[in-house]
Write a protein that binds this ligand. Structure first.
Ligand code: C2O
Length: 546
């Protein structure tokens, strides 16, 4: 591979959407941010210079960061933030991955406007395992607030209330014609009849899983989270925040100058209110001859009902890894450690510096195995590397929930969570099997769980309580999907496996930003192995200080 250099200036930029202008945090003044293009095997040097009043970090979502954990990016996990006027060079090599990923800010709610695609092409002279498309187009879904998102989340955390929901969803930064005062800001994809396009779908929205459809067109899914899958056809794609999905679409309409809606709207299962609007882009046919009839109607795309969890489950079950001699699966067959984690909402007592508006001086919170994660004041990775974990984190994260109950039926009487900065420590190369179980303490809800530093294999999923006696029989040990983000079904479970072959500290959290803010996160510490290629190198000299 080669080395590619990028310079990312974090700077403010005025942007107008829905007839309102606000100043947002951007990279190089662009919204959405610049596209990173590389080939598998390339090294990236991305110099990030912070010119804004906020502390910033960037995360390269889904990049494995093999022995380059210092470049991963989550604030106070692998690094201290880049302060105003400071810079940091993210330095990493793309190993064994090709497809679509994305980058985003990983501190507070800055990723509302700080995000952009990462396109990883196959190695030079290597081809796709599917026909070469005519064109490749990133389609990045986002979420837009008229108000300033940092103000919204800071107020919410200070008052213990829920943050305001967004005002629009966007396709490549544009809300489209279904919103008031937005028709001019519509994403248009111009296509030629007969050609096939590769759409690189990315869900960068903060708080909503999305259904996506193009009217009258079938999508062929070929890749998910930068791993090739066995191609399958579908009308609708479900994509959670943190997931990426590559689809082929053939422009097969015979009518020149036809227009088809590309629509996305939420798949939402939780008890809270959500932004139930639809963003629309337009697939426009452009024939050689100029349009004789420019007034063709826009054909609408019908999407499933917002809480159609049957559809969601059926879609997810269609994903299978492409296991060929060229792309063999590394699914761990022998398991060293088994974990059972519940994920869900609960409440916490208000702290002194809060003016809580929840009942009886409480606030909404979320946790894993009843532990709501407390962000430390220095980065976990530094504490780990320099053997200074004392007072920063403890390694007693529970392998199982503290009490058993019917997770999907009656909630327990005690809905209080525990809080702390707890991690699981693993020896190098431990193979892990983990069952993630949604709880219904404050209502069942699908949680897109994202793991940093690894891909995991999705063995099975189901509704209700996981049954350790019966459900392992359903595990797919042949061609399970390999990804970095999976939706834990609402009121259900998902079983995953990964090999802890990457020394460092790796965050795992719900990619719904409101749940991350409430504490639905934890970390794995993977210790060094004995071999020279099994150790985390020391931090780069410019690693930000707290
Ligand atoms: Cu895309 Cu920890 O996040």
């Amino acid at each position: 591979g080669i080395t590619r250099h990028y310079k990312f200036n974090i700077q403010m930029q005025n942007v107008t959407r829905l007839c309102q202008t606000k100043s947002i945090v951007t990279v190089n003044g662009q919204f959405p941010g610049p596209r990173i293009i590389a080939r598998e095997g390339d090294r990236l040097l991305i110099k990030v210079v912070n010119h804004v009043q906020y502390n910033v970090t960037l995360h390269w979502h889904g990049i494995r960061q093999l022995r380059s954990g210092w470049a991963d990016g989550p604030a106070y996990v692998t690094q201290c933030p880049i302060q105003t006027g400071k810079s940091y060079v993210y330095n990493f090599t793309i190993t064994g991955q090709r497809g679509t990923l994305f980058w985003h800010a990983h501190i507070s709610w800055l990723r509302a406007t700080l995000y952009g695609p990462i396109v990883i092409l196959p190695k030079r002279h290597a081809s796709y395992p599917f026909p070469q498309p005519f064109k490749e187009v990133p389609i990045i879904f986002g979420e837009w607030w008229k108000a300033d998102t940092e103000t919204i989340i800071n107020q919410a955390l200070a008052t213990g209330g829920a943050p305001n929901i967004s005002d629009a969803f966007t396709i490549n930064g544009l809300p489209g014609p279904s919103y008031n005062c937005s028709a001019k800001e519509t994403f248009k994809l111009k296509v030629k009849p007969g050609k096939t396009y590769l759409l690189r779908l990315i869900n960068a929205a903060l708080n909503d899983e999305l259904f996506f459809r193009i009217a009258n067109h079938t999508l062929t899914v070929v890749e998910a989270d930068a791993v090739y899958v066995k191609p399958f056809k579908t009308d609708i794609v479900l994509i959670t925040p943190g997931q990426t999905t590559n689809v082929l679409v053939k422009a097969k309409s015979k009518s020149p100058n036809a227009k088809f809606a590309m629509s996305a709207r939420p798949y939402a299962t939780g008890p809270a209110t959500f932004d139930n609007t639809t963003t629309i882009g337009i697939l426009e046919y452009h024939d050689k001859k100029p349009a004789s009839n420019n007034k063709l109607p826009l054909l609408k795309a019908k999407l499933p009902f917002f809480n159609d969890s049957n559809y969601a489950m059926k879609f997810n079950l269609k994903l299978h890894r492409l296991n060929t001699a060229k792309f063999p699966s590394k699914l761990p067959q022998k398991i060293d450690r088994r974990f059972f984690f519940t994920v869900g909402l609960g409440i916490l007592p208000c702290s002194q510096n809060q003016t809580c508006q929840g009942p009886n001086n409480t606030r909404p919170a979320a946790g894993v195995n009843n532990v709501s994660f407390v962000q430390p004041n220095i980065a976990l990775l530094q504490a780990h590397f320099f053997n200074r974990s004392k007072g920063v984190y403890t390694t007693n994260f529970p392998a199982n929930p503290p009490f058993k109950f019917n997770y999907t039926g009656n909630p327990p009487k005690n809905i209080f969570l525990d809080s702390g900065t707890k991690v699981v420590a693993l020896p190098f190369n431990t193979s892990v099997e983990l069952v993630l179980q949604d709880t219904s303490i404050l209502g069942a809800e699908s949680h897109p769980l994202h793991l940093h530093g690894f891909n995991f294999f999705v063995l099975a999923q189901g509704v209700g309580n996981f049954d350790p006696k019966k459900d392992p029989a359903k595990f797919n040990l042949v061609d399970p999907a390999e990804r970095n983000t999976v939706g834990v079904p609402a009121g259900g479970w998902v079983a995953i496996r990964f090999l802890a072959d990457n020394p460092g500290v790796w965050f795992m959290h719900c990619h719904l930003e409101v749940h991350t803010s409430w504490g639905l996160k934890m970390a794995w510490v993977v210790n060094d192995g004995k071999g020279p290629k099994q150790k985390l190198p020391p931090p780069p000299a410019d690693l930000p200080k707290c």
